[in-house]
Design a binder for this molecule. Structure first.
Ligand code: HAM
Length: 423
C-alpha cells in the first residue's frame, strides 16, 4: 500500500504547538493595531505575471522558486512567494488611493517558495507583514515607524537581541545609475567572482554584494564603501537615521545590504537573530515607491510605499517558543452505562452551549480509566453519572484540583459550575 508523507519543505503543525502560533498571531495583531495597521487577506495564489512584474525577472524568487499552478491559461497562476505584490494589486484594484491618504495594512499567512529546504528555510512558511501605501506618503518618519514596529514586534514575540541593519539604494532612477557605476567598479575584479556572481554581474549586479562566497565578499568589501547617491537621497536616509535614533532604535549601516527583490528604492533593512544558523534573517523590508506605478497606479500621482515581513517559523526558532502547551478542559462527563451515556451526551451539549468546554468518553469504559482520562485532559471537574445519580436525578461533581466531590441536581449543574468560576 502506498504511504503518503507531507510534501518536502512543508510541515504539519500539531495540536500541542498551536498555542505558540496563536500567541504569536494574537500578540502581533494587538501590536500592529496599536500602530494603526488593519488586517487584509488576499488569495494565496495570484497571476504569475504579477510576481514577475513586481519582484523582477532576475530575482531568485521569480527565476527559481515560483511554484506555478498548472492551468489552461497561457500565463497561469502561482502560489504567492510573498505578500507585497498581492497587497499592492488589491490596493489598486479596490481604489484605496481614492479612499484614504495612507493605507496601513497588515497580513499574517502562508507563503510558498520552491527553495532547497534546510533549518529555517521551508517551501511553505508563514509571514507577518505590513505595507503602508499612499499618494505623497513618502516620509522618513514612516520608514522609521515601520522599522521600529518590526523591532518592537520581534522583541514582544520573545526574540532576544534582534540586530537591525539598514541601507539606502536611492530612487528608482538612481538605482539605474548606481548599477552602471557598480558594474564599472566590479569589472576589473570580475574574474574573482563566483560562477553565480558572474551571471549576476549581467542580470542584477546588486546581488553580487550579498553573495556569501568568501572571494565575492572580499571583492565587495574592497570596492563598495557606500553608493554614490544624490544629495536628496542621502538627506532622506540621514533623516530616517535621525528618526530612529530619536526613539532609541539601534542600527548598523550595512553598505552591502541590497535585498533580493527588484522593487526596493531608498531605505532597505534586514533584522537578524541568534540561533537561526545560516538562515539568520528573521525579517526584512524597505521602501518600494516605484511598484505602485509599475502595477498600474495613476502616473500623475506620486505614490509612496514601505513595509516589511517577519518569518513566523524563524521567530519560533529564535525565541525558543516551542514548548508544548498542555490541553485543558472545564469538564469531563463520565457515564457508567448506556442510559448514563444518553444523559451525558445531553449534559455536554448544554454546557458547551453555555461557554463551558466539556467532553465525554465516547465508549463505555471503567470509572478508573475515565478518571485517568480526566487527569490527562487537565479537566477542572469530572462530572460522574453513576447508577445512583441516574436514579436520583443528580450528578456527582468532582473538583480535580482538591478532590472535593459534591452531589448536584442535574438541572443545577450549569449554575453550580458557573458559581465555581467556570466558563
Ligand atoms: P523576504 O526577505 O523575502 O521579504 O522575506 C521576509 C522574511 O520571511 C525573511 O526574513 C524570513 O524570516 C522569512 N522567509 C523568507 N523565505 C523563507 C523560507 N523559505 N522559509 C522560512 N522563512 C522564510 C519579503 O518577503 C518582502 N515581501 C518583505 C517586504 C514587505 N518588503 C516590503 N514589504
Amino acid at each position: 500500500m502506498q504511504k503518503f508523507s507531507v510534501p518536502r519543505g512543508t510541515c504539519d503543525t500539531f495540536p500541542d504547538e498551536i498555542s505558540s502560533w496563536e500567541t504569536i498571531e494574537n500578540k502581533a495583531r494587538q501590536v500592529l493595531r496599536s500602530y494603526g495597521y488593519r488586517e487584509i487577506r488576499t488569495p494565496i495564489y495570484e497571476e504569475t505575471a504579477l510576481f514577475k512584474r513586481s519582484l523582477g525577472q532576475t530575482s531568485d524568487i521569480v527565476n527559481k522558486q515560483l511554484l506555478e499552478l498548472a492551468t489552461s491559461k497561457e500565463e497561469g497562476y502561482a502560489l504567492r512567494p510573498e505578500g507585497t505584490a498581492s497587497v499592492v494589486r488589491s490596493y489598486l484594484e479596490n481604489s484605496f488611493d481614492k479612499k484614504e491618504p495612507l493605507s496601513k495594512f497588515f497580513y499574517i499567512g502562508p507563503m510558498f517558495r520552491g527553495e532547497r529546504p534546510q533549518k529555517g528555510r521551508l517551501r511553505q512558511f508563514h509571514q507577518i507583514g505590513v505595507e503602508a501605501i499612499g499618494p505623497n506618503s513618502a516620509s522618513p518618519y514612516l520608514d522609521a515607524e515601520v522599522i521600529a514596529l518590526a523591532v518592537h514586534l520581534l522583541k514582544d514575540l520573545g526574540v532576544k537581541n534582534p540586530k537591525l541593519k539598514i541601507n539606502s539604494l536611492g530612487s528608482k532612477e538612481e538605482k539605474e545609475f548606481v548599477s552602471v557605476w557598480l558594474r564599472g567598479e566590479l569589472e576589473k575584479h570580475k574574474k574573482d567572482l563566483c560562477e553565480d556572481c558572474q551571471s549576476r554581474f549581467e542580470r542584477n549586479v546588486f546581488r553580487v554584494l550579498d553573495c556569501k562566497n568568501e572571494s565575492c565578499r572580499r571583492v565587495a568589501n574592497s570596492v563598495v564603501k557606500d553608493f554614490p547617491l544624490s544629495d536628496p537621497s542621502k538627506g532622506y536616509f540621514q533623516f530616517v537615521q535621525e528618526a530612529l535614533k530619536s526613539i532609541n532604535i539601534e542600527f548598523e549601516i550595512a553598505p552591502h545590504l541590497v535585498r533580493g527583490l527588484d522593487y526596493y528604492t531608498h531605505t532597505v533593512f534586514e533584522i537578524t537573530a541568534e540561533g537561526l544558523g545560516s538562515q539568520d534573517a528573521i525579517g526584512a523590508g524597505g521602501r518600494y515607491n516605484g511598484l505602485v506605478h509599475e502595477l498600474g497606479g495613476d502616473a500623475k500621482t506620486d505614490f509612496g510605499a514601505v513595509g516589511f515581513a517577519l518569518g513566523i517559523e524563524r521567530i519560533l526558532l529564535a525565541s525558543g517558543n516551542t514548548q508544548a502547551a498542555s490541553a485543558t478542559i472545564d469538564a469531563l462527563v463520565i457515564a457508567m452505562d448506556v442510559p448514563g451515556q444518553k444523559q451525558a451526551f445531553k449534559v455536554i451539549n448544554d454546557l458547551r452551549k453555555n461557554g463551558i468546554s466539556a467532553d465525554i468518553s465516547y465508549t463505555n469504559t471503567s470509572l478508573k480509566s475515565q478518571m485517568s482520562r480526566a487527569n490527562k485532559l487537565n479537566a477542572r471537574f469530572a462530572l460522574i453519572l453513576g447508577e445512583e445519580e441516574m436514579r436520583n436525578g443528580t450528578i456527582a461533581v468532582k473538583n480535580m484540583a482538591n478532590g472535593v466531590q459534591e452531589n448536584v441536581k442535574l438541572e443545577s449543574v450549569l449554575e453550580y459550575l458557573k458559581k465555581k468560576g467556570v466558563g
